[in-house]
Design a protein around this ligand. Structure first.
Ligand code: PLP
Length: 404
């Protein structure tokens, strides 16, 4: 051993990671510091139903355990096990999706998004993402050195996509567009008219639609959810779904992708996706058997979930109506509200101040992207009414104390 160690060279992370952000989890680190100091945090930040009063349905646990006992413990086929693929396809067809060219199971929608964007994009090409956006998309696009490009969701029109703006953002390098419906972070559910207009844009410019429908069954009011792929059998669409939210198993990491469209057009892209699926071997094998159990089994828990969410959404809207510096478009799906705040400071500072003084954790709107000059926070309305009520009360106190 030499007496002195050679001079340490730091191992630097790749520069492309400078643009990778995930505000939802980044903030949680600050909250953990407070928890270590013995403070109790009211968490309105993470979309995990299972940490509140939503229990995983017993028949899913049984299906997964049975699969393990039955010996499904080796690697699975790369696209997924047959009963799961059949159940996903049948559900997609029941929603009117035709021309299905591929169905595959992944470790959550998160892995599906990573794989399908990686399979599509050359560096410096772009996929249009909504603004505000669920940050996973921009994080993966940054990792791929894709060109950032976004289209506006219109707060003055119930957060529906501004389709004229969307079309104006299409360039020679644009390969696709992301539609999150029901939406995170706004809770909007898109109308048939809006979806039809988006389809027209995709058709005119030869774009792939990435339809994130992970919250499709969590519709709180209004018309039933429409899968955008069902409106356009000729347009290439990748529809994402999964068990995390609707079936209350986010920790199982089970999601899927469904590619639909004209077979002659999408075949090379599908082969690219399959190549990446093979390279990562398979998704979790035994847990995939919970997919047919979920999609074909009893769904009582979904009605119960939606009833609870509706009551909790109403509580948030009552708070927004009664709070002088807040206003909010009523969420109609998922479990997120995105109220606007009329405050002079940035929403980032607001969220940090609220956490430090009131121990309430929400995510700042700028963590999702927002129109310049506007300030928002995202509230997850999963907690039971007493906790939600307490947290909203503290929000009001904080606002009144700082901006009486
Ligand atoms: N897409 C959206 C819109 C989400 O809100 C989330 C999680 O919050 C995901 C995808 C990730 O889902 P999964 O748990 O299936 O990876």
């Amino acid at each position: 051993m030499p007496d002195t160690l050679p001079r340490a060279h730091e191992i630097l992370a790749a520069t492309r990671l400078e643009h990778v952000r995930y505000a939802i989890r980044d903030l949680a680190v600050l909250a953990e510091d407070l928890t270590r100091q013995g403070k109790q945090i009211l968490p309105l930040n993470i979309g995990d139903p299972v940490i509140f009063d939503f229990d995983t349905p017993a028949h899913l646990i049984e299906a997964a355990a049975r699969a393990m006992r039955d010996g499904h413990n080796g690697y699975a086929p790369s696209l997924g096990v047959k009963p799961a693929l059949e159940a996903i396809r049948a559900e997609a067809e029941a929603k009117g999706i035709r021309n299905i060219q591929s169905v595959f199971v992944t470790e959550g929608v998160s892995e599906a998004v990573d794989i399908v964007l990686t399979a599509l994009l050359e560096p410096h090409e772009s996929v249009l993402t909504p603004l505000p956006d669920y940050p996973l998309y921009d994080a993966i696009l940054a990792k791929l050195n894709a060109q950032p490009n976004s289209y506006s969701l219109d707060e003055s029109n119930d957060w529906q996509p501004d389709v004229a703006h969307l079309e104006s953002r299409v360039t020679q390098n644009t390969r696709g567009l992301v539609v999150i419906n029901p939406n995170n972070p706004t809770g909007a559910v898109y109308s048939r008219g809006t979806l039809e207009k988006i389809v027209e844009v995709a058709r005119r410019h030869n774009l792939v639609i990435f339809a994130d429908e992970i919250y499709a069954r969590l519709i709180l009011d209004g018309e039933p959810h429409i899968s955008i792929a069902s409106l356009a059998p000729d347009v290439p669409v990748v529809t994402f779904g999964g068990l995390s939210k609707e079936y209350l198993v986010p920790g199982w990491r089970l999601g899927w992708g469904i590619v639909s469209g004209n077979p002659a057009v999408v075949a090379p892209y599908v082969e690219g996706i399959h190549k990446l699926l093979r390279a990562r071997l398979s998704a979790n094998h035994p847990l995939q058997y919970a997919i047919p159990a979920a999609l074909q089994g009893p769904k009582d828990h979904i009605n119960e979930t939606v009833d609870k969410l509706r009551r909790r959404r109403d509580l948030v809207m009552q708070w927004a109506r009664n709070t002088r510096r807040a206003s909010c478009v009523s969420p109609r799906g998922a479990f997120y509200a995105f109220p606007r705040l009329d405050i002079p400071e940035s929403d980032d500072d607001f969220v940090r101040g609220l956490l430090a003084e009131e121990h309430v954790l929400v995510v700042h709107g700028s963590g999702f992207g927002e129109a310049p000059g506007t300030r928002h926070i995202r509230i997850v309305f999963l907690p039971p009414e007493p906790i939600l009520d307490q947290a909203l009360g503290k929000l009001t106190e904080y606002l009144e104390r700082h901006w009486p």
